[in-house]
Design a protein around this ligand. Structure first.
Ligand SMILES: NC(=O)c1ccc[n+]([C@@H]2O[C@H](COP(=O)([O-])OP(=O)(O)OC[C@H]3O[C@@H](n4cnc5c(N)ncnc54)[C@H](OP(=O)(O)O)[C@@H]3O)[C@@H](O)[C@H]2O)c1
Length: 261
């Protein structure tokens, strides 16, 4: 019997798909979550908190591979350090990490950069924690998931005027398509930094929001707002996009027609 695969963040948007796909592939899966629950269809839930390190030792015990999908709005290099420390003591499992396209190309050199893109900086530091961990590793960078863009559009639509960053484009991808690639890498051998994955096409931020408004039959004023700073300039130049790696098939419009009424 193959040892279980640990999925951190296995209750989240991406992690849920990863867990389902690993289970479908016949693997036993263990999920580390802050809110434990009884096992369900071959999936074991271990209560733990990567921020404090509590429960992490138990979660990594006996696993051969860890898919690290857990994340908070802070980006959490500290959580990754706790995970790596416990994993190194548990027998050097393969660590598979999900990062974001552009973390290496979006410079953070001022407070405004950090306010807008501090999460990217934290992900870049976390990538280094993985690379320097001494564990065999694989990292995949993805563009934004459809779910995230939808959440942002819904939040902005609470106001009658929706400010969107002028000149920003995004290349949203279906989380399950990212999960499919991540599972392929998880079931393979450690491969280091992999080619990016992105959605089928890039859209202006204003067009993504307008697409949402159309699908939701809502009317709002969409106002492009200039964003200062070097990080924003890099994003306007497309540093967050992966045009050569547009491997996702499902479009924003298809996602909206399923998810928005
Ligand atoms: N969203 C995007 O557009 C996007 C794009 C590219 C890459 N990514 C990366 O993909 C990963 C998953 O993103 P997502 O949007 O699927 O995340 P999400 O839906 O926000 O889920 C976050 C997960 O992290 C877990 N978590 C948070 N803090 C934790 C802690 N202290 N200890 C243990 N678990 C903790 C949560 O589990 P519990 O609440 O059950 O504890 C939850 O399952 C992240 O690394 C993100 O940076 C996301």
């Amino acid at each position: 019997m193959a040892p279980p695969i640990l999925v951190t963040g296995g209750t989240g948007t991406l992690g849920r798909h990863v867990v389902a796909r690993l289970s479908d592939a016949g693997r036993d899966v263990r999920v580390l979550t802050r809110r434990g629950r009884p096992a369900e269809g071959g999936v074991e839930f271990v209560t733990g908190d990567l921020a404090s390190g509590q429960g992490v030792e138990r979660a990594v015990a006996g696993v051969e591979t860890i898919v690290h999908c857990a994340s908070s709005y802070r980006g959490d290099p500290g959580a990754a350090r706790n995970l790596v420390r416990a994993a190194s003591r548990a027998g050097r499992p393969h660590l598979v990490y999900i990062s974001i396209v552009g973390v290496d190309r979006i410079p953070i050199s001022s407070p405004i950069d950090r306010t807008m893109f501090g999460y990217y900086e934290a992900k870049r530091v976390t990538e280094r924690v993985v690379t320097d961990s001494g564990l065999p590793w694989t990292t995949l960078r993805s563009t934004q998931f459809h779910d995230l863009i939808l959440k942002v559009a819904q939040a902005l639509a609470r106001s009658p005027v929706m400010p969107v960053p002028a000149g920003f484009r995004f290349q949203p991808i279906e989380a399950d398509e990212v999960a499919a690639r991540l599972v392929e890498l998880t079931l393979g051998t450690p491969a280091g930094l992999m080619p990016d994955v992105g959605g089928p096409r890039a859209y202006a931020a204003a067009d993504l929001v307008r697409g949402y408004l159309r699908a939701a039959h809502r009317r709002r004023a969409v106002v492009p707002v200039p964003v200062p700073g070097k990080a924003a300039r890099a994003v306007r130049g497309g540093a967050n996009l992966a045009p050569e790696q547009a491997v996702g098939r499902r479009t924003w419009e298809e996602f909206l027609s399923d998810r928005v009424r």
